[in-house]
Design a protein around this ligand. Structure first.
Ligand code: PLP
Length: 423
């Protein structure tokens, strides 16, 4: 009899007892190879001694100090570390406790920025179908994962959607992937014009789509075109790198590979690698200065923002990634993982596509490779795949968004950056 309100009230879960590198052990001593980093979180694997020590040292000194009263050294250092490596003009970091909080902060900052600029009529966000930005009400509202949204829609703010960049499904036979990407990007331009550019705050997208479409990277030139469209209409580009950021794709920010920088970015999972709950919203100097020179006060905040222990853990994680040159390992092992998946599943009758960047790879599962119809019922299939893998001692992350009214299926793999060939 458990008093825990578990995610699912059906079935039981093993009890995690110990972390050891790329493995988690349960209380029966069974070992699970963490091939998905949980949900693309555990970028350094488990129990890294340097991170554990950094947490202990921080707690010895100061576990918590409210950011309404103090700043703290770990928060300052972590912010400096991130900004030194952030693309474009991202210059300020708003440190929170996870991905949804980072996205909520991004949405509210977007709105307040335009109010302080004297453009209060801006109120719309445009996002993409097949996207996930978090489960809190604001983040859920802009997410384009319809089955997650459906039952809550009466209590969500309105959202506006454009199609995702999903070449495997939507590219026409007469176009190249690049031509397809530009055509799809131009749908944003059309949507902005329909709404009235003066009413739009920003466009929100995951650089590489994670849980809803399975490691779905944009085609060459797509994000550059999106950036141009946002600039043309004076709207913000908000990139959600909660899952794909912090090195997961082989560069610290996934958008570096597309040659694009956002006005606002959200990061989380790989920031603290699961050692502490932490996320962050990064914004440009222009946005920060507009508020600094205006009201001087971002009307937002959380009790645990800038938490010293979480910041110390994240700083240690980020330093290890640098010191151990782990982004290079992500690129090398990612290419090997892709090749291995292709060799093993490239001709599998139920595998429609194999894709990803770095150590962020997915298999898209279909009923028929010709029609690309999703296998149904998806929820049961996801549960079955997950359970079978766990029985075999493997953690993988099945999921799917809504494709033509049906739920799609993919299996996402996101192993720790320390993974070796033998794993
Ligand atoms: N954004 C993306 C792209 C995500 O993948 C997630 C979580 O999976 C979130 C936001 C929400 O993050 P969190 O679960 O930490 O609130």
């Amino acid at each position: 009899m458990s008093h825990v309100f578990h995610r699912s009230s059906k079935g039981t879960l093993p009890v995690a007892a110990k972390g050891d590198g790329v493995y988690i052990l349960d209380t029966n001593g069974k070992r699970y190879l963490d091939a998905s980093g949980g949900a693309a979180v555990s970028c350094l694997g488990h129990s890294h001694p340097k991170v554990v020590q950094a947490i202990k040292d921080q707690v010895d000194q100061l576990a918590y100090a409210h950011t309404g009263f103090f700043t703290n050294q770990a928060l300052e250092e972590l912010s400096d570390h991130l900004i030194a490596r952030a693309p474009g003009d991202l210059q300020y970091v708003y440190m929170v406790s996870g991905g949804s909080e980072a996205m909520e902060a991004a949405l509210k900052l977007g709105r307040q920025y335009f109010i302080e600029k004297g453009e209060p009529e801006r109120r719309h966000f445009i996002a993409r179908r097949q996207s996930y930005h978090g489960n809190t009400l604001g983040a859920l509202a802009i997410g384009g994962n319809m089955w997650r949204r459906e039952q809550f829609s009466p209590i969500l703010i309105d959202s506006n959607y454009v199609p995702p960049c999903y070449a495997y499904r939507d590219q026409r036979p007469d176009e190249t992937p690049e031509e397809y990407g530009l055509r799809i990007a131009d749908e944003l331009d059309e949507r902005i014009r329909q709404l009235g550019p003066e009413t739009v705050i920003g466009f929100v997208a995951e650089t590489v789509v994670g849980a809803t479409a399975g490691a779905l990277a944009p085609t060459e030139g797509y994000l550059k075109r999106i950036r141009e469209i946002c600039d043309r209409h004076g709207i913000l580009l908000i990139l959600d790198e909660v899952m794909c950021g912090m090195g997961r794709t082989g560069t610290l920010f996934a958008c570096e590979q597309d040659g694009v920088a956002p006005d606002i970015a959200a990061i989380a999972k790989g920031l603290g690698g699961g050692y502490q709950p932490i996320g962050a919203m990064l914004c440009t100097g222009e946005i920060y200065d507009t508020i600094r020179n205006g009201s001087g006060f971002f009307q937002h905040g959380h009790t645990y923002m800038g938490h010293p222990t979480a910041c110390a853990a994240a700083l240690a994680v980020q330093k290890v990634i640098d010191e151990e040159n782990l982004l290079e390992n992500v690129r090398q092992k990612g290419a090997k993982l892709f090749d291995a998946l292709t060799a093993r599943f490239g001709n599998h009758p139920f595998v429609g596509d194999i894709r990803g960047r770095g150590l962020f790879q997915a298999l898209e599962i279909v009923a028929d490779r010709g029609t690309k119809d999703p296998i149904e019922p998806a929820v049961q299939i996801h549960a079955k795949i997950k359970k079978h893998a766990m029985d075999l001692g493997l953690m993988c992350y099945p999921g799917g968004g809504t494709i033509d009214g049906k739920r799609g299926n993919h299996i996402l793999l996101a192993p720790p950056f320390i993974v070796e060939d033998s794993h």
